[in-house]
Write a protein that binds this ligand. Structure first.
Ligand SMILES: [Zn+2]
Length: 317
């Protein structure tokens, strides 16, 4: 076979590299909020490459705090769990700091008194949907019900509304994000995770999964402390292991000069400050409840809610 001229070889290589880069970029952008639309957004790329993006106004998405302030923010997802939440609340109270709890509606309905305690002790409560489904697998009407039903439960529990929202697994489409904004929510991301939970599963929680998690308070503390930076939002869960890790985390961070802020306090510290009240009093109490909740059809392949270790009866191997 005759050899191809050098210039043709070069052209093939260049075309190949461009094609790979394009496919990679498209695959990446499909995953991030805003999706492929970001290709045409100059501000997206400016923010992306400068690492400065903290808040995206188009969808009211808070990604991280201002790193000019040496503060971090503790968020606790998926509760309130009966065994974990009181311990977390005790630990926060003892340290005289406040956290932000992203609660699941079905658990709020089971333990409304814990949500009331969160609020009464100065913490913030955010919406983490009613059933903890992956919202990007639901129709937009069902996404709306998931958010609204959680809101109804919080309102019934403590007479307060929620202004902060975190979609389960951070899985939401651009249209979902626009919906949250139109419903008055600020969507809250996270930057440091402690893996203090069993990942969502479609099946039973087995002993093997519990072993895999292999989480001790020391490991939870280590995962947080290794990755902490000014302005980070830390993702934790309201389980006893995490509660036991909190004193170590707080002590170490204090030694490093860190302060502790809630989500709304961090929003107020942004270069362009955002001022919100995380849990305004529901003036027209049960206004939300006047509308009958829409039924949410459980998708076939959707993951179930992650379970805190103490909440499960493990199946023996
Ligand atoms: Zn969650």
């Amino acid at each position: 076979m005759p050899k191809k001229p050098k210039s043709t070889q070069k052209a093939i290589i260049i075309t190949g590299v461009i094609a790979i880069a394009l496919v990679g970029t498209v695959a990446y952008l499909r995953k991030v909020e805003g999706g492929l639309r970001n290709v045409f957004s100059l501000s997206y790329w400016q923010d992306h490459f400068s690492g400065l993006e903290m808040y995206r106004p188009s969808v009211a998405y808070f990604t991280r705090g201002n790193d000019e302030h040496r503060d971090v923010c503790f968020t606790f997802d998926d509760g309130p769990h009966l065994k974990g939440a009181p311990l977390i609340l005790d630990a926060l109270k003892k340290e005289k700091i406040h956290g932000t709890f992203f609660v699941v509606g079905i658990r709020v309905r089971e333990h409304p008194e814990l949500v009331k305690r969160m609020i009464d002790e100065g913490n913030e409560v955010g919406n983490h949907t009613q059933d903890h489904y992956r919202l990007d697998t639901l129709k937009i009407q069902n996404v709306k019900s998931e958010v609204r039903n959680c809101e109804i439960n919080v309102e019934r529990a403590c007479g307060r509304r929620t202004s902060l929202l975190r979609p389960p697994g951070m899985r939401a489409t651009h249209d979902d994000m626009l919906l949250f904004k139109s419903m008055g929510y600020t969507t809250v991301g996270w930057n440091v995770g402690a893996h203090d939970f069993i990942p969502a599963t479609t099946g039973k929680v087995t002993q093997e999964m519990l072993d895999d998690m292999n989480t001790t308070p020391a490991q939870v503390a280590q995962r947080v402390l290794e990755n902490v930076k000014p302005g980070v939002i830390i993702l934790l869960h309201d389980n006893p292991v995490t509660a036991a890790a909190l004193p170590t985390i707080v002590e170490n961070l204090r030694k490093q000069g860190y302060g502790f802020k809630t989500v709304s306090e961090m929003l107020a510290q942004l270069p362009k400050p955002i001022h919100i009240v995380a849990n305004p009093v529901a003036t027209d109490q049960y206004a939300f409840a006047k509308f009958p909740p829409l039924p949410v059809k459980k998708p076939k392949t959707v993951a179930t809610t992650p379970v805190a270790p103490t909440q499960v009866t493990a199946t023996k191997k």
